[in-house]
Design a binder for this molecule. Structure first.
Ligand code: PLP
Length: 398
C-alpha cells in the first residue's frame, strides 16, 4: 500500500512550495464521497473546488472519456474535431450568446476575454480605450492578466508591476462604479457571485448599473461565471436571476467533469473582433474534454435538477444559519458560506476533514465555503450538517 509519509516527503522535496496541502492522499472517489489510500471515506463538500458538480466517477462521464480516449485524445486546433462545435453551440444556446473560444482553465478564459475587450476597445475608441473596471475582493485567476483583475492583495503581493489600466470599485457601490466608468473603459468584469472572495453576491441594482454604464460608454460587460455558473445556483447561469445580460461570459470549473476546460462566450458585438491568428492555444477543446463536457452539460442542464438545487440550497442555508458559532450564512443554491464569530475557520475545516471526515474549504479566517456536488442527496446533506456541527462544537485533537 502507498505510504502517506513517502508521498508527502517526495512532494516536499520535488515540488515548488506553492500548495499548503492537508495531510490526506485521495485515492478514489464515488458520488459525493472520496476515499484516502487507507480506504477511509470522506463526505466531499468542496468537490475539487466546485469542479465535481456531478460528483466523482459519474458513470456516463467515465464512459464518454474512456471511449473517446481510445479513439483520439489530441489533434490541436489546426483541425476540426467532432465535438468542439457541438459544445460551442450548446453553450451559446444556453447563454443566448453567439460564439465560444475554448481554453484549458478558468484563468485562460479570462485572458481570452481580456485580449478580446482590449482589441474591441482599440477598434471602437483607439488605443486609449483600454481600461478594465473590476471589483474589489474579486478572483479571476493567477496568470498575470487575470491577476491584474483580481482585487485581493493576498494574491497580488510580490508580483508587481501589474498589467496597467485596471480600476477597482467596491461591490454594490453604484456611486464608485459611476465614477470609474468613462469613455476610456473597454470592459467591466465581475463575478455575479464572488467565489474565492467568500460567496458575495452583486445586487440586481448594481448589475443593472453595470449594464447601463457599459452601454453608455461602449464597454463590454463580462460576467465571470467560472464558479457560479452551470447550475451551481439552481440556474444555468447565476446572472439569470438578475435579468441583466452580459456581452460575454466565462465558464470553466464544472464544465469538463474534472478534465481541464474553460470557455469564453461572446455576444454578437464582440463576435468578430478576433480573427485567425489573433489568439489561440494548443490543447483546448480537444476531443476527449469536449465530448466529456457535452455529456456534463446534458446532465447539468436538467430543469428538474435546477429546481432541486434551489430548494436544497434554501433549506441548507436556513440550517447553516442555526449552527453553533455561526453568525451568518449566505449564498444561493449549492454555493454557500458560513461566517464564524471567531477567526478559526481554517482550524474548523482541518478538524472537519481529519476528525469528522467532511471536506470543507475556508476562504478566509472567518469564512467556511461549501460547494457540494449538485447531485447530493437529502441524507448526505443532513450528514454533512451533523459533521459540521460536530466540528464546530469540538476542540482540535490534531
Ligand atoms: C477558479 C476561478 C478562476 C480561475 O480558474 P482556474 O481554472 O483556476 O484558472 C477564475 N474566476 C473564478 C470566478 C474562479 O472561481
Amino acid at each position: 500500500m502507498p505510504d502517506f509519509n513517502d508521498i508527502a516527503t517526495r512532494e516536499r522535496n520535488y515540488l515548488l512550495n506553492t500548495y499548503a496541502r492537508y495531510p490526506l492522499v485521495i485515492a478514489r472517489g464515488k458520488g459525493v464521497h472520496v476515499f484516502d489510500i487507507e480506504g477511509r471515506r470522506y463526505l466531499d463538500f468542496v468537490g475539487g473546488l466546485g469542479v465535481n458538480a456531478l460528483g466523482h466517477a459519474h458513470p456516463r462521464i467515465v464512459r464518454v472519456i474512456r471511449e473517446q480516449a481510445a479513439k483520439v485524445i489530441h489533434i490541436s486546433n489546426l483541425y476540426y474535431n467532432e465535438y468542439q462545435g457541438l459544445l460551442a453551440e450548446k453553450l451559446c444556446t444556453l447563454s443566448g450568446l453567439d460564439r465560444a473560444f475554448f481554453s484549458n482553465s478558468g484563468t485562460e478564459a479570462i485572458e481570452g476575454a481580456l485580449k478580446l475587450v482590449r482589441a474591441a476597445g482599440h477598434a471602437t475608441g483607439g488605443a486609449d480605450k483600454c481600461v478594465v473596471v473590476a471589483l474589489e475582493n474579486s478572483f479571476h485567476g493567477r496568470t498575470m492578466g487575470a491577476l491584474a483583475l483580481t482585487g485581493q492583495a493576498k494574491y497580488r503581493k510580490d508580483f508587481d508591476p501589474m498589467l496597467e489600466g485596471v480600476r477597482f470599485v467596491p461591490r454594490n457601490d453604484v456611486e464608485a462604479l459611476r465614477a470609474a466608468v468613462d469613455d476610456s473603459v473597454c470592459a467591466i468584469i465581475l463575478e455575479p457571485i464572488q467565489g474565492e472572495g467568500g460567496i458575495q453576491a452583486s445586487g440586481q441594482e448594481f448589475l443593472a448599473a453595470c449594464r447601463e454604464l457599459a452601454d453608455r460608454h461602449q464597454a463590454a460587460l463580462i460576467f465571470d461565471e467560472i464558479q457560479c455558473g452551470l447550475g451551481r445556483t439552481g440556474h444555468a447561469w447565476a446572472y439569470q436571476a438578475s435579468g441583466v445580460v452580459p456581452d460575454a461570459l466565462t465558464t470553466a470549473k464544472a464544465l469538463g467533469g474534472g478534465l481541464p476546460i474553460g470557455a469564453l462566450i461572446t455576444g454578437e458585438r464582440l463576435a468578430d473582433v478576433l480573427q485567425p491568428g489573433d489568439h489561440g492555444s494548443t490543447f483546448p477543446g480537444g476531443p476527449v474534454v469536449a465530448a466529456a463536457a457535452l455529456a456534463v452539460l446534458d446532465v447539468l442542464l436538467d430543469p428538474a435538477l435546477h429546481e432541486r438545487i434551489q430548494d436544497l440550497g434554501a433549506r441548507l442555508l436556513a440550517e447553516l444559519a442555526e449552527l453553533p458559532r455561526v453568525t451568518a450564512a449566505r449564498g444561493v443554491g449549492l454555493m454557500l458560506a458560513v461566517e464564524l464569530e471567531t477567526g478559526d475557520a481554517p482550524d474548523v475545516v482541518r478538524r472537519a476533514l481529519l476528525e469528522h471526515r467532511l471536506v470543507l474549504n475556508a476562504t478566509g479566517p472567518t469564512t467556511i465555503r461549501l460547494l457540494p456536488p449538485l447531485i447530493v442527496t437529502d441524507e448526505e446533506l443532513a450528514e454533512a450538517l451533523r459533521r459540521l456541527r460536530a466540528a464546530l462544537e469540538s476542540e482540535s485533537q490534531v
